[in-house]
Design a protein around this ligand. Structure first.
Ligand code: A3P
Length: 288
């Protein structure tokens, strides 16, 4: 089943596009029966929405519960759809933290019975598109997008890693009452990191001292994350990415689309956005 995205590195399964070399449809399908513990905490995102950032915040919130010595955040909080060779991400002490880009209709069924907790982080899709544009340049196993003009149509039609932004966000939002979920936007986190940390810790039932919160905030700033080898995703350069072409911690701002999209591209994007998000009351922040 060849991907219909035009990107040879992507595989399509039920409308979702994932990296062909990192997973398989059969494996992803099997995740529907993934056994959930009540104490599990999942981070759900569409790609480029601030996953690694929230992953940092969450691993720090649960730092005291962690009895194992993890080298990287992605081991402490692994992606369920991209199993790491030789790493048992199931049999871990509770509370287990997980990340995933899976859409609502493909996640473990037990989450839909309000087992475990889910944090859904979304980001305005112009910024996710621009972030993806740069990401596609540095990743060896993603087709490099030569320009936004090349990307925009594909992006708006969901023919990119993660599938459609619209389907992803709407899928989760429409089913929010079936899941034990907290919605949070990248922009809210940018605007007030401390409040976001408090919101997340309250949601997961962690009562933290002021000094601990301060420490989490400090260690989750863009600058500190960029310089922290445990969290800055520079390991990608071992195999998956090209150092000469960019960094995972790229810019970390709200509204970078304004420097990238032409007036016409922006108007076109708005038109599609209005049509696809009609009736969805989720507040989108395009600029701070
Ligand atoms: P940019 O490319 O716009 O800089 P994901 O982890 O979902 O792939 O998202 C990646 C985006 O989150 C990148 O956006 C990255 O720079 C940004 N990001 C990561 N850590 C951040 C932080 N501490 N503060 C702000 N943005 C951050």
């Amino acid at each position: 089943d060849q991907s219909d995205s035009g990107d040879v590195y992507l595989q399509e399964y039920k409308g979702y596009h994932f990296l062909r070399g990192k997973s398989s449809s059969e494996y992803i399908q099997s995740l529907e029966d993934f056994e959930i513990r009540d104490s599990d905490v999942f981070l759900m995102t569409y790609p480029k929405s601030g996953t690694v950032w929230t992953q940092q915040i969450m691993t720090l919130i649960f730092e005291d519960d962690c009895t194992e010595d993890y080298q990287q955040n992605y081991e402490r909080m692994p992606w369920i759809e991209f199993p790491l060779d030789g790493y048992d991400f199931v049999n871990r002490p509770s509370p287990r933290l997980y990340a995933t880009h899976l859409p609502y209709h493909m996640v473990p069924k037990a989450l839909k019975e309000k087992k475990a907790k889910v944090i859904y982080v979304f980001r305005n899709p112009k910024d996710t598109m621009v972030s993806y544009f740069h990401f596609s340049k540095m990743m060896n196993d993603l087709e490099t997008m030569p320009s936004i003009t090349e990307l925009i149509e594909r992006y708006l039609n969901g023919k990119v890693l993660g599938g459609s932004w619209f389907d992803h966000v709407k899928g989760w939002y429409d089913h929010k009452d079936q899941v034990n979920i907290l919605f949070l936007s990248y922009e809210e986190i940018s605007k007030d990191l401390r409040s976001a940390v408090l919101k997340i810790s309250k949601f997961v039932g962690k009562q933290l001292e002021d000094a601990t919160i301060d420490n989490i905030v400090e260690r989750s700033t863009f600058k500190n994350m960029m310089n922290d080898p445990k969290v800055n995703f520079e390991f990608l350069f071992d195999h998956d990415a090209d150092k000469k072409k960019g960094h995972f911690m790229r810019k970390g701002t709200v509204g970078d689309w304004k420097h990238t999209l032409t007036v016409a591209q922006n108007e076109y994007f708005d038109e599609v956005f209005q049509a696809k998000m009609k009736g969805v009351p989720l507040k989108m922040i395009w600029d701070l």
